[in-house]
Design a protein around this ligand. Structure first.
Ligand code: ATP
Length: 328
């Protein structure tokens, strides 16, 4: 028989993502529903080590579902990589009678959570919160959908300038080593080319494709480049190479940067976060530990943390075909 937790702590860790607040709210209100005390840990694992922990009740998460960022703040903690740091964190939880932990973050946060669970026998459930969508065991991470919409809107604006000046724009988007954001926004914003780490287009094919575009009558172009793409050393060098080889084009670079992580969460991310928060609390009640909540084919599922960390979230090959045909 699983022992129902009496006091659950929740924290956000790693890079912030829109919808994290909706997930915190969901955890807090789900705890309230099941008569479980809930506390928020501020500044991720660093706050856990420093004892920056405060009780949260259903009312303390009013009016945050629509807010980007994270009410609990996030941090990267070097101390949590050390045994002593984790021991201090465990002591803080014990002093407050906290008997389970929910970690909202990316694969680094889950690695930390998994080690902590093993060392200190505290049940841990992960909720994937990162705009990159680079986590195995879920088709969507919290924040990804909002980021897609933010980036498409930004590229639409860049296109206005591209058209007005007959320019070729290289737009670099986030995603670390994954091309999910680039591939989807590239299709959504009607980009001429999409460069992602999973597919090596090669400089020559890129040049060829841009020459073809020009010949077919296109006077401006958008090329979406995933930050992890390896075709050039960086997007500026890539743009320089193209400009040298295609003097007809006036080339510009736009690196979208951190605007992709902020902003009001989309309805999809709010609903996803609300579902994941409830599922995380219910999983702890069921005696589950060291698992991550995910969504697959519209349903909530659980994946062991070690698989979520080690597995690769593959891009949809079908999208590459769609993109190839749409950019003719
Ligand atoms: P994002 O995808 O936004 O980068 P992330 O969760 O992968 O999010 P990281 O910076 O990799 O972000 O990890 C967040 C925190 O998790 C680290 O600052 C550290 O405190 C903890 N962490 C990561 N890896 C480990 C590890 N091997 N051992 C202990 N703690 C870890």
């Amino acid at each position: 028989m699983a022992v129902k937790p009496k006091h659950i702590a929740v924290l956000t860790s790693g890079g912030d993502a829109p919808g994290m607040n909706a997930a915190i709210r969901s955890v807090v209100r789900s705890c309230s529903h099941f008569n479980i005390k809930c506390s928020g840990v501020y500044r991720g694992y660093q706050g856990l080590i420093e004892g920056d922990i405060r009780t949260l009740d259903a009312r303390s998460v009013n009016n945050i579902i629509n807010k980007g960022g994270t009410k609990l703040k996030s941090a990267r903690s070097l101390d949590f990589h050390e045994k002593e740091g984790r021991a201090k964190a465990s002591e803080n939880l014990k002093n407050l009678d906290i008997d389970a932990l929910i970690v909202i973050g990316g694969d680094g946060s889950f690695t930390g959570g998994m080690i902590f669970e093993r060392e200190h026998k505290i049940p841990v459930i992960g909720i994937p919160g990162t705009i990159d969508n680079d986590i195995f065991g879920t088709s969507h991470t919290i924040g990804y959908d909002t980021a897609l919409n933010t980036v498409v809107e930004a590229i639409d604006k860049i296109r206005d300038t591209a058209i007005s000046h007959n320019r070729l724009f290289f737009v670099e988007v986030m995603g670390r080593d994954a091309g999910h954001i680039a591939l989807n926004v590239g299709i959504g914003a009607g980009a001429e080319e999409i460069l992602i780490p999973e597919e090596n287009l090669g400089l020559n094919r890129l040049l060829e494709s841009l020459r073809r575009s020009k010949k077919s009558g296109k006077s401006s172009s958008i090329v979406v480049v995933a930050e992890g793409d390896k075709i050039g050393k960086n997007v500026f060098e890539l743009a320089q190479h193209i400009e040298q080889n295609l003097p007809d084009y006036e080339v510009r670079v736009s690196v979208l940067g951190h605007i992709q992580r902020g902003g009001t969460p989309s309805c999809f991310d709010r609903v996803l976060a609300s579902r994941m928060g409830l599922k995380a609390v219910e999983s702890l009640i069921d005696g589950v530990s060291a698992h991550m909540v995910g969504i697959q084919n519209g349903e909530m599922i659980l994946t062991p943390l070690n698989k979520a960390i080690k597995g690769k979230s593959e891009i949809k090959r079908e999208l590459i075909r769609v993109s190839d045909i749409m950019t003719l």
